[in-house]
Design a protein around this ligand. Structure first.
Ligand code: GLT
Ligand code: MN
Ligand code: MN
Length: 388
């Protein structure tokens, strides 16, 4: 571990769109040349990346002939075998083509919604063929700029109808991948429906098959909403709904920056890694981020290697945190126990409630317990800064 070299067993993965990102932004053209998907898969495999993710259009150009489609699928399978890399996750591009300019699942036009379903079903077939274990739904265009144009209630109903339809389709075909809905507050739409992990968690419970569906939280998207990513990921996990993760970095409350993992928010990122590793995360350690626009083609691979290296360093820091005597002693002292009161609180009984109502508390004495958070946080900081 101490060499911080990625291995296949670390289960790192990247979206093909991350490395193939050409640096285009709303104010400027591409700064890098096209990276074809087969070379992309090979280069990732060579660097001990375990898996790749793809949108239908990342692999097979929109509107490609059947002949071209079949050739690309054949080449993809060959590259996967030769470079020992799996297809970890599949998803659908329901945001790029102008047909989706006012949404896919939440478009007013039933023909657009039907086209979106057709596009998803087609790519689900391919995802299953390539062995993906997760299918992601990121509704980037599902939103509004003009609130008079759509009611959120109606849009959410349409969203639900499509998700129910696709769950049934996967079921009927015996596809065992999990579905993971990815929240984002805004960008490209002014406001996107299912804006945060909390929205998605609530939505899932209203679906016909809530078991199949979970959340794909993304560090950058939580931070765009000014939220604590660690808490977002943890609530999904506690609910048994963390089905996939998108790792990257982001300055809070700004445009979607998609920065390299760990480059902006080290302490929060450390706690995300700690959450995943302490709880035996079995999914992929997946990066969804972009190389800087100022990078050239070589820099793309520096970005890939840097992301994995940072993860492995933070993982090492997690081990150090978990075995640091001072930190562990502070944590132990914080967690005092009171078996009698804990027993009374575990479950309501009329008898227990009576006892609790009669219990004599001394709030002033309780408030005197020391909470040495200055020391705890300083120690954590020093550990992260590498001086202990
Ligand atoms: C897009 C978006 C990501 C999503 C991808 C899946 S595509 O780049 O910014 O957060 O995860 O559709
Ligand atoms: Mn994103
Ligand atoms: Mn993402």
């Amino acid at each position: 571990m101490s060499s911080y070299k990625p291995k296949k067993e670390h289960r790192f993965s990247f979206g093909l769109w991350t490395t193939a990102n050409r640096g285009r932004d709303p104010f400027g053209e591409e700064t890098r040349s096209r990276l074809d998907p087969i070379t992309n898969i090979k280069e990732l495999g060579k660097r001990n990346v375990y898996g790749f993710n793809f949108h239908d259009d990342d692999l097979i150009p929109f509107g490609a002939s059947l002949q071209l489609r079949n050739k690309i699928i054949k080449d993809t399978k060959r590259a996967m075998k030769d470079y020992n890399i799996v297809c970890a996750m599949a998803t659908t591009n329901l945001f790029y083509h102008r047909v989706f300019k006012d949404g896919a699942f939440t478009s007013h036009d039933p023909r657009v919604r039907a086209f979106a379903l057709q596009k998803v079903m087609k790519n689900m077939d391919l995802g299953a063929e390539l062995g993906a274990s997760v299918y992601v739904f990121w509704g980037g265009r599902e939103g509004t700029e003009v609130d008079a144009s759509k009611t959120p209630e109606e849009s959410i109903k349409r969203y639900r109808e499509c998700m129910n339809y696709l769950c049934a389709y996967a079921d009927k075909n015996g596809y065992d991948f999990k579905f993971a809905i990815e929240p984002k507050p805004n960008e490209p739409r002014g406001d996107i429906f299912l804006a945060t992990a909390g929205h998605v968690l609530a939505f899932i419970n209203t679906l016909d098959d809530p078991e199949r569906v979970g959340v794909n939280p993304e560090i950058e998207h939580s931070r765009m909403a000014g939220l604590n990513t660690y808490h977002d990921f943890a609530q999904c996990m506690e609910a048994g709904k963390l089905y996939h993760v998108d790792l990257g970095a982001q300055k809070p409350n700004r445009f979607d920056q998609d920065l390299r993992f760990g480059s902006e928010d080290l302490k929060e990122t450390f706690f995300v890694v700690k959450l995943l590793e302490d709880n035996g995360w079995a999914g992929t350690r997946n990066f969804d981020e972009h190389p800087y626009r100022s990078e050239d083609e070589k820099g793309v691979w520096d970005f890939v290697e840097g992301s994995m290296r940072t993860y492995l360093i933070l993982w090492e820091k997690v081990r150090q945190f978990n075995s640091d005597k001072k930190i562990q002693q502070i944590l132990k002292d914080l967690h005092n126990t009171d078996p009698r009161l804990e027993g009374l609180m575990r479950r309501f009984t009329p008898e227990g409630a009576k006892q609790l109502q009669q219990h004599a508390f001394d709030p002033m004495a309780l408030s005197k317990k020391r909470l040495p958070y200055e020391e705890l946080d300083q120690r954590t900081q020093e550990l992260l800064m590498g001086v202990i």
